[in-house]
Design a protein around this ligand. Sequence first.
Ligand code: AGP
Length: 611
Amino acid sequence: MCGIVGYLGNKSAKDVVIKGLKRLEYRGYDSAGISTLQNNKLEITKTQGKVSDLIAEISTGTHTGGLGIGHTRWATHGIPDNKNAHPHSDNSGKFTLVHNGIIENYQSLKQLLSDNGITCKTDTDTEVLVQFMGYLHQKEKLDFIDTVRLALNQVVGAYGIVVLCEDYPDMLIAARLGSPLLLGIGKDEFFVASDSSPIIEYTRNIIFLDEGELAVITQDQYEVRNLSGNEIVTKEIEEIEYNLDEIEKGGYDHFMLKEINEQAYTISEALRGRVNSEESTVTLGGIYDWIQQILDAKHIYITACGTSWHASLIGSYILEELLNIPVKAEYASEFRYRETAVNSDSVVICVSQSGETADTLAAIRKAREQGALTLGIVNVVGSSIARETHCGVYIHAGPEIGVASTKAFTGQVTIFNLIGILLAQKKGCNLEKIKPIIDDLDALPGLVQSVLDQGNEVFPIAEDFMDVENFLYLGRGYQFPVALEGALKLKEISYIHAEGYPAAEMKHGPIALIDDDMPVVFVVTARGYNKIVSNIQEVRARGGKIIIITSEENAELQEYSDHIIQVPDVSHCLQAVLTTIPLQMLAYHMAVLKGCDVDMPRNLAKSVTVE
Ligand code: AGP
């Protein structure tokens, strides 16, 4: 997620903003920038890279004065480079702003600007917004406040923005719709930030801007207005309670734990602007022009590595079920060297959090050479895979810093459901099958939060089994990839050997492993219930310890399990999003109890950019 800092007061705005951006580094980013306004002159410095790179770019004696804004960018539109870094300005140079969020209608605004002779310099949706402000100011002769307000009332999407205008050397305007912004109320100084970490060392008095609110800050006062009606809003000043040292990881002990707990938010980000539950429709701009070619495909391959391959396996089940055509999930390292049937009748979907995994990138390049249409499901915007696929859908999970992938996985599964629904509708699939999935998608962030709220229920399980040397994870159908994912999470951060298997396969070998010390995790849902209960009894009969993650808790499962965790029941093609979370938490707690480096496990990199 991007980070925003604004300041108006008697201190050096440059110092306050730069220090604030460093406080926001935990959010992860790929570029940074600052703008200050002194004597009606806007100065801007921005660069790809880190805040330390930005500091190196700032020339001595520049950026003086007490009014400034800054930004750390996690790219959504436009690759991470100097020109796409924020702040962005309009062509007149009068306005400059920083933005966190997504302007969904930026293309239509960009066309309007182009029709009026205004061309954009960058690939970002943010620049379109500030150019639109410059256009309105020029055309309608509006003052600063009305320029910002009128522009935002024509924006569709999510934003947290802070704006400066050269003609107003003592005014800062902030506004939010969907991306959080706070005001810090100091003594003769004011702060704006994405969260309170840049503010807390100066003041504990903060105001949370609510949706659709705009704040006008001047040297000695502030006021908050409602964007639509422009009426003044009375806001309560709240006090920050936590201490500064708790925020390096957003208050969590590890990035992995933070990212696990972000999943209600990141799922809502994956869905934002894409699902219309009233009309039961899905909109995915990134593949819109390719839908017919995808539907005409004779076969669909999905290729990925690691956790992304587990999501791909679930995605293959979803697409095959909803589209009724063969869909094959392949390890990219195998797919890239295999003699495949890929040709111009093929669609090859690749899934990658980083968008830089070497095997996956090579697989996509091979698919393109063989004439296939390639589609990327990626988290990092502007990454190689995102750039080299014909079309794609970003998961918008924000930076995933922990090496063990968590929120990316649940985001990928969510996106596969969106793609499946969109294609099935275009193919004329009956609504009865799709409507329940859309209803569950609507409720999913809340359901994810309910599972996260019970997250500590797995702690006793972690304590019971932290010293074992082997784990077995078993599931059927859509829960077989969940078993694989649970096993991968455990082995990669706790170094305990763990295997995932289709539950029915146990009798073809793994059952020989079962003894009094072997914990077996079963992921149980309504689908295949009776069959997997038989598998549970087979393990019990041999002394295995039973851990059940289930959407079907009942007396029978209670009786058969040593530990049981229940999650809400949802459509089977979405269930993995909920059943995976307790397994993420189990792996996390076992790794912490074993004293492992959870965020940077031995031998592992966050992105495997080599073969
Ligand atoms: C998952 O926890 C691991 N970090 C690893 O398996 C990862 O999923 C794999 O390397 C693929 O990475 P990608 O999604 O960035 O392509």
